[in-house]
Design a protein around this ligand. Structure first.
Ligand code: LLP
Length: 409
């Protein structure tokens, strides 16, 4: 069987663009977005794609054309959205440590809302808005203290995490915000974690936010929107993941008759399974009893296995390469943590092409130049057309800024 992305064989894409190579299916991006709009149709939500999952401009442009909004966490991500033709008015600014410069840029661009996470951040935003003669639309990110039942590094809604305003401090924070002259309090939000495989924590967080909304409205503070964040998991191996229709039904039931518009901030579930990382086997090596398949992609191209012990399915694209054996699939980086898979049954020999699945989210966007490795190229496939959406970096590009400093001496 020829493994392909839409109508194009992986082997040909690797031949044409080289490896390592990120390959994305445009149809899969569209389908993932439509899955949200269809499941939540009755609530007509604003879907704000979390740019951090994959900020490639062509991917942002595609989502913008579908009508999608964006969730950003830095001035850099806002610049990406604007460069891609996204609308600031459909963009939510999240993040726990926004600088004054980032706030000013977002205010002047006209973002839809700032998701604010602390009292000092409220004060800073009020001051920046005042200086610019603008009013800042604000939502408070509440930490609902629910266990998202995911990897601790990507769990964000527990009291012990740095994120959000604690439930018990929330009312006081709303009063504080309402008293500041250059803020306009419009919403409430939360984000409890990522790669969530159960629906229960998501609906529990929604329920807790609604209790708070009711208390606030009894005190005369009426909010326009509720933003439930991202977090819906994808299948990497054999996980069961939340059903979007069931999620939508739960939210609709919980919202009841309240007049609130809904915002969602999905990242991974819009791009994760639209992407594959293609990598070529350099060597197969044995150290005593242990086997290693050494490939040309490394932890700098896909951090997730090293950082979260994450599983990514890996297939051999090349025609049957003999008997499978158990090996660690590793990159060329000088770190023991540089692996894409451990103790994996695989048939592979030097020169084979491997497809590392589910590499659309938090792969290219978390890539680095560690070991002075140029970042890999990215290709977007639409039917039988492949478009280079990020050229492979060159070593000259990596050195250029520092080399220029040498000339200053
Ligand atoms: N909104 C906020 C405020 C977030 O912090 C995040 C992700 C999202 C939305 C999108 O969440 P998603 O739908 O993608 O789960 N690098 C990690 C994931 C970190 C997620 C951080 N926040 C990984 O590779 O698993």
């Amino acid at each position: 069987m020829t493994l392909r992305c839409e109508n194009l064989a992986f082997a040909e894409l690797a031949e044409q663009f080289g490896t390592p190579l990120y390959v994305y299916s445009q149809a899969a991006l569209t389908d993932a977005y439509r899955a949200y709009t269809q499941a939540f149709a009755a609530l007509n939500p604003l879907i704000c794609y979390a740019v951090k999952a994959n900020g490639n401009l062509s991917i942002l442009r595609h989502f913008a054309a579908l009508g999608c909004g964006f969730d950003i966490v830095s001035g850099g991500e806002l610049a990406r959205v604007l460069a891609a033709g996204g609308e600031a008015g459909k963009t939510i600014f999240s993040g726990v440590g926004k600088s004054e410069a980032e706030m000013a840029f977002a205010l002047q661009s006209g973002v839809k809302c700032f998701n604010v996470e602390s009292l000092p951040e409220l004060d800073r935003l009020n001051a920046v808005a005042g200086r610019l003669g603008l009013s800042a639309p604000v939502s408070l990110r509440i930490n609902p203290d629910v266990d998202a039942q995911t990897h601790p590094y990507i769990s964000t809604g527990l009291k012990a995490n740095k994120f959000g305003i604690a439930m018990q401090d929330a009312e006081a924070a709303y009063l504080h915000a309402a008293a500041l002259p250059h803020l306009n309090v419009v919403g409430i939000d939360c984000h409890i974690g990522s790669q969530l495989t159960n629906l229960a924590p998501l609906s529990e967080a929604c329920e807790r936010l609604l209790m708070l909304i009711d208390k606030l409205s009894a005190a005369g503070m009426v909010l326009e929107h509720i933003d439930l964040g991202g977090g819906v998991g994808i299948v990497y191996q054999d996980e069961s993941v939340p059903d979007l229709h069931a999620y939508a039904e739960a939210v609709q039931r919980l919202l009841g008759g309240r007049k609130l518009s809904l915002i969602l901030e999905p990242g991974r579930s819009l791009v994760g399974n639209a992407g594959t990382l293609l990598t070529r086997v350099e060597f197969v090596k044995k150290n005593g009893d242990k086997s290693f398949v050494i490939v040309d992609a490394a932890m700098n191209d896909l951090m997730r296995p090293a950082l979260y012990q994450a599983y990514h399915h890996i297939e051999n694209v090349s025609p049957a390469a003999g008997e499978p054996f158990v090996a660690d699939i590793v990159g060329p980086i000088c770190e023991t943590g540089d692996f894409l898979a451990q103790n994996r049954a695989i048939a592979a020999c030097a020169g084979d092409l491997l497809a590392v699945r589910s590499a659309g989210a938090y792969a290219a966007s978390m890539a680095s130049n560690y070991n002075t490795r140029p970042r890999a190229a990215e290709v977007l496939v639409d039917g039988d057309r492949a478009k280079l959406i990020r050229p492979r970096e060159t070593v000259d590009q990596l050195l250029a800024a520092e080399a220029a400093c040498l000339h200053d001496d």
